[in-house]
Design a protein around this ligand. Structure first.
Ligand code: AMP
Ligand code: ZN
Length: 114
């Protein structure tokens, strides 16, 4: 997807602070962080949102969570805690239409959600 900013980051064509990369997924710092730690974890292949997930993407989605766990430890927020968010479409507040998992931590998250 040439016009997708996250595909361009995955391909190394747009700048980002990459904190993890393998054959299936990439993680990078959010440009406009909402918390001291704010990392986005994305599948390398273009998936628009959770609505477009296929059965064969199950392992890939599990992989995103495992990366989140590893990065939380690496960032030193595993014990203090963190929040994982996936926004979908307008009511979910999705603005970039390449599926991504937000990893937020380093301060107490606000409640309630929604
Ligand atoms: P969402 O609202 O869930 O679609 O989240 C999109 C996130 O992507 C926002 O938190 C933005 O700050 C972030 N973002 C947008 N463009 C970039 C970029 N070029 N590099 C890193 N993060 C970005
Ligand atoms: Zn994309």
């Amino acid at each position: 997807m040439k016009d997708c900013i996250f595909c361009r980051i995955v391909a190394g064509e747009s700048p980002a602070r990459i904190v993890f990369h393998d054959e299936q997924a990439t993680a990078f710092c959010d440009l406009n962080p909402a918390a001291p730690t704010h990392v986005l974890i994305v599948p390398n292949k273009h998936i628009v949102s959770v609505n477009q997930l296929a059965d064969e993407d199950e392992a890939l989605m599990g992989h995103l969570f495992t990366i989140a766990k590893r990065l939380a430890t690496q960032e030193g927020i595993a014990e203090s805690g963190y929040r994982l968010i996936v926004n979908t479409n307008a009511h979910g507040g999705q603005t970039i239409f390449h599926l991504h998992l937000h990893l937020l931590g380093g301060s107490r998250m606000k409640h309630p959600m929604g």
